[in-house]
Design a protein around this ligand. Structure first.
Ligand SMILES: Cc1cc2nc3c(=O)[nH]c(=O)nc-3n(C[C@H](O)[C@H](O)[C@H](O)COP(=O)(O)OP(=O)(O)OC[C@H]3O[C@@H](n4cnc5c(N)ncnc54)[C@H](O)[C@@H]3O)c2cc1C
Length: 492
């Protein structure tokens, strides 16, 4: 049986492993941590369960191709889903506005806030509905081969958002609450299409939450892989790839071991693979992404709340005032509360997670700060927690005296944990005037080396990661078929 060595046991590696086993190969995943999952991460702290990944899982609508993939991976199908009514609520000085899963309600809420913005509001909601239809979310017009590009270039009411960032889109509205609603959920430099895409998925019941969250998804992937006969070695960090001509000879690991296989799939940050672990330049398509796009990360903090429940659903976003931006690296804090998961916190307490997206430059500065002085970095983390706590209490005075920071983590944490160059947990930022195109998983210089993982398509995320794992195996299956046919054809 043909052996496939997969480097990285995140969502992409586990997905590649599952499809490899299902296709009759023998897969071994080598993961540098002592636990699989990668960015699909969660941990326990002072009796609380911190779910650090899934805010929404795209592909929960049964009419979509992604749902079928999740079922093949053993994740959805029989999973219980939590369907939030609101994805987020933006809170600014002027008031608040929620992204409700009922688009008519959202439109009415926006119209009653700002009748003056009626034209822009109707146009935005129409764009969301158009995209919903094209992804087949509503079961209409479904064509699973359609990428985002096709509807975009055919439909003027979507195409007009292509050159706009979120801050450009916000500038089209007059009302400050609507402006804040548009820029508060994701970085303001992101494409307006990123928000429209999120709205279409959420309102089309295609971005719900599996009960048990990230831990549930990681366990389903891992258990499915192992039950199919796959093997995982934990604490196994790849450090170098030996090659000879077009052939990969072996991968060596930090513990001194060296493994060979028939096919190799790398799911790690390509910035750390090419030119560092393997003596070969990065494929041109990927290299141009690293050159022209920015990466991003986040600073996060978990608070124990001394209350048995909180009056929030979905995320609450808060604007960061100018004077706090010297400590906090962004313009908004997103507060996350998983009230539906009763087992995540001890009785009588709740957990509130705060996240602030930061730029690549800011991410690098946290990594450098930690290298420079652990004490100063620790102090910086304490200041972050204090500022977020003060901001949260200012917006929600009932939390005064009830919040206690139990963990703070930064891009430096992700760099150490995931092994990404600048502490990314997704791939490239999604800027205006760009389309998330899928990059090739081939490395032209070698015959049996493939790539998978979120780096093959901006902005990353679990659907991209697991789909890339599946496609790497489909490519290997196809190559094998071609080789077999060529051999048969050559026979006299
Ligand atoms: C805070 C946060 C929120 C998120 N929210 C969502 C969400 O709501 N929805 C969504 O779809 N996605 C979300 N994501 C993104 C999602 O987690 C990632 O896109 C996805 O997990 C990427 O999977 P991957 O396998 O491509 O990469 P990774 O998960 O990074 O996997 C790579 C693996 O390789 C391992 N590795 C690295 N170097 C080596 C080495 N040298 N040798 C061996 N192993 C190595 C790493 O430890 C890791 O396990 C979120 C992520 C975070 C952190």
């Amino acid at each position: 049986m043909k052996k496939i060595l997969i480097i990285g046991g995140g969502a992409a590696g586990l997905s590649a492993g599952i499809y490899a086993q299902k296709s009759g190969y023998e897969a071994l995943i080598c993961e540098k941590q002592n636990i699989a999952g990668g960015g699909l991460s969660f941990w326990e702290r002072e009796g609380h369960h911190i779910d650090n990944c899934i805010h929404w899982l795209i592909g929960t609508n049964k009419n979509t191709e992604m749902y079928r993939t999740w079922c093949e991976l053993g994740v959805l199908g029989d999973a219980d889903l939590y369907c939030k009514q609101r994805l987020y609520t933006s809170n600014s000085s002027g008031g608040s506005l929620s992204l409700d899963r009922d688009l008519d309600k959202l439109q009415n809420d926006m119209l009653s806030l700002s009748p003056r913005d009626e034209k822009e509001i109707r146009s935005l909601i129409k764009a969301v509905r158009t995209l919903e239809g094209y992804f087949g979310i509503a079961g209409k017009n479904h064509d699973e081969r359609l990428s985002i590009e096709k509807p975009l270039f055919r439909l003027p009411n979507l195409l007009k958002y292509y050159p706009l960032s979120l801050e450009d889109l916000a500038a089209r509205f007059h009302h400050p609450v609507i402006k804040d609603f548009i820029v508060s959920f994701m970085p303001a430099k992101f494409a307006s299409l990123a928000l429209i895409f999120t709205m279409a998925n959420f309102c089309g019941a295609n971005a719900d939450l599996p009960i048990g969250g990230s831990a549930y998804v990681k366990e389903r992937l891992e258990e499915n892989f192992l039950s199919l006969g796959g093997k995982i070695e934990y604490g196994k960090e790849a450090v170098a790839v030996k090659t000879k001509g077009r052939k990969v000879v072996s991968v060596s690991f930090l513990d001194g071991s060296e493994y060979s296989a028939d096919e190799y799939i790398f799911t790690i940050d390509p910035a750390l693979l090419f030119g560092r672990m393997i003596d070969c330049p990065m494929p041109a398509g990927l290299a141009s992404q690293y050159k022209k796009r920015k990466r991003f990360s986040a600073v996060q903090c978990a608070f124990e709340c001394d209350l048995p429940t909180l009056p929030f659903e979905g995320e609450e976003t808060l604007e960061i005032p100018e004077d706090l931006r010297v400590v906090l690296p962004g313009h908004h804090v997103n507060l996350r509360y998983e009230g539906h998961e009763k087992s995540y916190s001890p009785k009588g307490k709740t957990l509130l997670q705060a996240m602030i997206y930061c730029s690549e430059e800011a991410a690098v500065s946290y990594i450098e700060a930690k290298h420079h002085s652990k004490e100063a970095y620790q102090k910086q983390k304490e200041e972050i927690a204090e500022c977020i706590s003060a901001l949260t209490v200012k917006q929600f005075p009932f939390l005064a005296g009830k919040l206690r920071a139990i963990d703070v983590w930064t891009p430096s944490t992700y760099q150490r944990y995931l092994g990404t160059e600048v502490g990314s947990f997704m791939s490239f930022a999604f800027p205006k005037s760009s389309i998330p195109r899928e990059l090739s998983n081939r490395v032209a210089s070698f015959n049996h080396l493939y790539l998978a993982g979120q780096w093959l398509q901006m902005p990353g995320g679990l659907p991209i990661a697991v789909t890339s794992g599946k496609k790497a195996i489909l490519r290997i299956v196809k190559q094998d078929r071609i080789r077999k046919q060529t051999k048969t054809a050559k026979r006299p």
